[in-house]
Ligand binder design. Sequence first.
Ligand SMILES: Nc1nc2c(c(=O)[nH]1)N[C@H]1C(S)=C(S)[C@@H](COP(=O)(O)O)O[C@H]1N2
Ligand SMILES: [Mo]
Length: 245
Amino acid sequence: MSKLSRRKLITGGLAATAGVSGLAVAARLANRYGLIPPDWRGIYGAGETLTYASQRLLTRHSMAREFSRSQISSKPFANGRPPKGDDFKRLQAAGFADWRIAVDGMVARPASLSLADLKSYPSRSQITHLACEEGWSFIAEWIGVPLVDVLNAAGILPQARYVVYFSLQKGWSDSIDMADALHPQTLLTYGMNGGELPVGHGGPVRMRVPRQLGYKSVKYLTRITVTDSLKDFSPEGSYSWYAGI
Ligand SMILES: Nc1nc2c(c(=O)[nH]1)N[C@H]1C(S)=C(S)[C@@H](COP(=O)(O)O)O[C@H]1N2
Ligand SMILES: [Mo]
């Protein structure tokens, strides 16, 4: 079948399900199978919903590409500035010994984790690509704890659907669905290229979501909340919520 006729067939099929009742059934089914992004009624509407649904069907278990040591970028680009204000400076001067990450929301055992607590978990190191939506990118080794391990220790409640995470830096928070939250490459990252995570790259701890664009990898992480709905967490800026690559 040619590409064109296949595309016609798919569009035709979509149009056929897009009758009023057909659409409702399709939406219910898609929702049941976790294929509806939380902002599907938003400005991106059906287009983003279809991107999300098809990516989720195809890539739920796929891995972001990992690179070899020789491919690590010699000049990684640190985007933006570290948090302003004395709080951050004081924490930094003390080697971030008092840095805490709250784990709360729909978990059986909420926790407040220090860096030492994080480092007591088995660590994972992976060499992945960080791609900014503005076009630049670099490859680095990221060292940390899979988010899934910290969530499992806290005890994820069955109704959990999303994980929302916050930066010390005002305005920076984001969220992912459970497929990304439980994915082995989603990392609470405290090390980079063999050393501590530099402050410019989000030290002492950042989220790394290597299957999505750079802005999902929130720096200066202070809180992780498990939730069944994103309605109380307004998405930052005007970026698309799902940024799969
Ligand atoms: N707290 C915070 N997190 C952030 C940002 C930021 O400015 N502040 N920038 C985001 C964007 S747009 C990108 S592309 C990456 C950049 O990561 P880098 O500074 O390690 O290159 O971090 C993301 N996380
Ligand atoms: Mo970015």
